[in-house]
Design a protein around this ligand. Structure first.
Ligand code: GAR
Length: 196
């Protein structure tokens, strides 16, 4: 079985979409893959309860308990590798990762970012897209490389920016697309990766 480990920091709606799609589309039988664990860097992340309710193992690696990024990433990698993952999925995981961590998971670490990369890497993407006068916005699923919000693009979806949009309205429109394309990208990639 190919294990998928999902990292979250907050609500975990993308994680939930992946877990539900895996169940509905019978990934275990069809592509030999399952969501083995959800790990959060924040103990209070709402997504932890969502994962637990879905029957997925959860754990916390609290970044505040570590003095350096290197120490946190080492602890995180240990928690992840306990599940021997074929694929590690960042789903609203709001930490900058060290080059060593990224190299350890080369080719099997992906992220979802709420903009049409390479436009608007970093935070506050929806406000920035509205302020720039963009007529379209969207979401990108990409391989993670050492450079923040870069790396080979696996999938994208486009939404319109509407007259009178607020960052919240635009975020909701983008999130609907996130929940559609992220499970699909995860399934496609994990099918091509070896079990560990
Ligand atoms: C998602 O919109 C995701 O695109 C974004 O955080 C949100 C997490 O929501 N990720 C980033 O901004 C990464 N730079 P979720 O916890 O409900 O999935």
């Amino acid at each position: 079985m190919k294990n998928i480990v999902i990292l979250i920091s907050g609500a975990g709606s993308n994680m939930k979409a992946i877990v539900e799609t895996a169940e509905r589309e019978r990934w275990a039988g069809r592509i030999g893959a399952r969501v083995a664990a959800v790990i959060s860097n924040r103990p209070q992340a709402a997504g932890l309860a969502v994962a637990h309710a879905a029957g997925v193992a959860t754990s916390v690696v609290d970044h505040r308990a570590h003095a350096s990024r290197e120490s946190f990433d080492a602890g995180l990698a240990q928690a992840i590798d306990a599940h021997a993952p074929a694929l590690v999925v960042l789903a609203g995981f709001m930490r900058i990762l060290t080059p060593g961590f990224v190299a350890h998971y080369a080719g099997r670490l992906i992220n979802i970012h709420p903009s049409l990369l390479p436009a608007f890497p970093g935070l506050d993407t929806h406000r920035r897209a509205i302020e720039a006068g963009c007529k379209v916005a969207g979401v990108t699923v990409h391989q993670v490389t050492a450079e923040l919000d870069h790396g080979p693009i696996l999938d994208q979806a486009v939404v319109p920016v509407l007259e009178g949009d607020t960052p919240e309205l635009l975020a909701a429109r983008v999130q609907a697309q996130e929940h559609r394309i992220y499970p699909r990208a995860v399934a496609r990639l994990v099918a091509s990766l070896p079990a560990r």
